[in-house]
Design a protein around this ligand. Structure first.
Ligand code: ADP
Length: 496
């Protein structure tokens, strides 16, 4: 096996990687798409194609759903829970063994800095480890329905679970959906984003090598219209976990409604980071920088709205600008502090927000322009950007930009900060920085968000349920609650 350095050097020199998975992964093996078509995946750090992959269609979805259904009914739902756990444990170990290779593929495909990709791969291993241990703890209840009766419940797997995965966290989103689905006894059909198809395919192969029976985890690659839509509309799918935009999530929910299929939707966010005067200033500065510039701001739970109390405001924003201007920028494989955005389309979208803001007379505090990797003159980069917003209705405050752009609002006090924070169509996560723990927990109680971070943005891991309110979606992933998404309760009542 090549070392991390060898893999990175090879990818930097050749611009690609050998042995990338070819085809879909259906019924335990790689297979060519029914229509024989392929499409290109781009390296965002160079703005150039680096590999081809299978462009699937409804016929491939059909084959994958049939394979999943068969494996579910014939093998997986009756595989003892402890055995399911052992397979997931081996998968976690294999992900760790293959971590360097997985991270380099993820870096090329998504553009993110290699250090971040490595963190995501470790996160994926953790998801399998966590749910491996949960397989044999899924227990039911008994009900006190009287001396002449016996009442109990058990968790059954829902069946075939579709995973529709976005491009910003390809392997970690795949893992956080596939691991609990398999733990519960479901079979899976996963559809990675067309921008980032490779690590989901690798994951399916790793699962097979860990002992997962053929057909229990299938991956079909291709576009949203050609693969995602037929998968969401398929009557043989019993559950859909979708992570992506509000518009696509709405389409998926409509398609699911036709078959009364269960959905978990993890959609957009415009998450506030509330920084109060009494906080530890350095801790808050570090937190806000990470909240918006990690993965170039392409995180549904990015802290993209800074709400800072007036007493701290000016010096705090000045220091943020200074730090933003110092961020190193470059190809993900060189592990910069800021990588490219994922696509030309995304770059245009981010630029559009700033261009329109300037037209409205809004001054950009720092950044605000498209740029390139200083080393190669290539890539889809956007400068780390900080911009103040006076009007709470402004699109910079209300719309998800999904790029390295922080919008700053000023709060008069904690109560005002709370009002500003909750004034959003989204409610995914929220951050609070304060030295007063009572105040922090009182605010946490009243913030409209699925998850609140206190004094460390993105605190917590796979153990903590994650998901949103309002247009950020519904249902929870991660934690034991995430496992229950893939279960249905059967109650049994008997006269004895
Ligand atoms: P973005 O607009 O940022 O690319 P999307 O929400 O459209 O985000 O994409 C998230 C995932 O949903 C991707 O895997 C994409 O291919 C898939 N997708 C896109 N359109 C549809 C659709 N109509 N039905 C199901 N999945 C879709």
């Amino acid at each position: 096996m090549k070392t991390r350095k060898e893999l990175i050097d090879q990818a930097l020199t050749s611009g690609t990687l050998p042995d990338l998975p070819q085809g879909h992964f259906i019924d335990g093996a790689f297979s060519a798409p029914a229509a024989g078509r392929s499409m290109e995946s781009q390296d965002p750090g160079r703005a150039e194609a680096f590999a081809e992959f299978a462009r699937g269609d409804a016929a491939d979805v059909e084959a994958a759903v049939a394979s999943a259904r068969n494996a579910f009914e014939a093998v997986w739902r009756d595989t003892p829970a402890a055995e399911r756990g052992r397979i997931l444990s081996r998968a976690a170990a294999l992900i760790r063994e293959n971590a360097a290779g997985l991270a380099v593929v993820e870096c090329l495909d998504s553009g993110k800095p290699i250090g971040e990709a490595e963190g995501d791969v470790q996160g994926a291993a953790r998801a399998f480890e966590y749910y491996a241990g949960a397989c044999d703890k899924l227990q039911g209840d008994t009900f006190p329905i009287g001396p002449d009766y016996l009442g109990y419940s058990q968790h059954e797997p829902v069946g075939v679970a579709a995973q529709i995965i976005p491009w910003n966290f390809p392997i970690s989103t795949a893992a956080r959906g596939i691991a609990p689905a398999l733990a519960a006894g479901c079979a899976v059909v996963a559809k990675p984003a067309e921008q980032t198809p490779f690590t989901a395919l690798r994951l399916a192969e790793i699962l097979k090598n860990a002992g997962l029976p053929a057909g229990v985890c299938n991956v079909v690659t291709g576009t949203g219209a050609e693969v995602g839509a037929p998968l969401a509309a398929h009557p043989g799918v019993d559950h859909i976990t979708f992570t992506g935009s509000v518009a696509t999530g709405t389409a998926v929910m409509k398609a699911a409604a036709e078959n009364v299929t269960r959905v978990v939707l993890e959609l957009g966010g415009k998450s506030p980071v509330v920084v109060l005067d009494d906080c530890d200033r350095d801790q808050a500065l570090d937190g806000v920088m990470g909240a918006i510039f990690e993965n170039a701001g392409q995180i549904c739970s990015a802290g993209s709205r800074l709400i800072v109390e007036r007493g701290l405001h000016d010096g705090f924003v000045e220091e943020l600008c200074r730090r933003a201007e110092k961020l190193t920028l470059g190809h993900g494989l060189r592990n910069p502090q800021l990588g490219p955005v994922n696509s030309a389309e995304q770059l245009t979208r981010v630029s559009g927000f700033i261009a329109r803001a300037r037209e409205r007379g809004i001054e950009v505090a720092t950044g605000g322009g498209e740029t390139v990797d200083p080393e190669t003159g290539k890539g889809w980069f956007f400068q780390p950007t900080i911009v103040g917003a006076r009007d709470a209705g402004d699109e910079l405050v209300q719309q998800e930009i999904f790029g390295p752009v922080l919008t700053v609002q000023t709060a008069e006090d904690a109560e005002h900060a709370l009002t500003l924070a909750n004034n959003s169509q989204y409610a995914l996560v929220a951050g609070i920085y304060t030295g007063d723990f009572t105040r922090a927990h009182r605010l946490a109680r009243r913030l409209d968000a699925g998850q609140v971070y206190i004094n460390e943005y993105f605190a917590g891991g796979i153990e903590v349920p994650f998901g949103g309110n309002k247009k950020s979606g519904f249902g929870r992933e991660k934690g034991l609650e995430g496992l229950l998404s893939y279960c249905r309760t059967k109650s049994v009542a008997a006269r004895i």
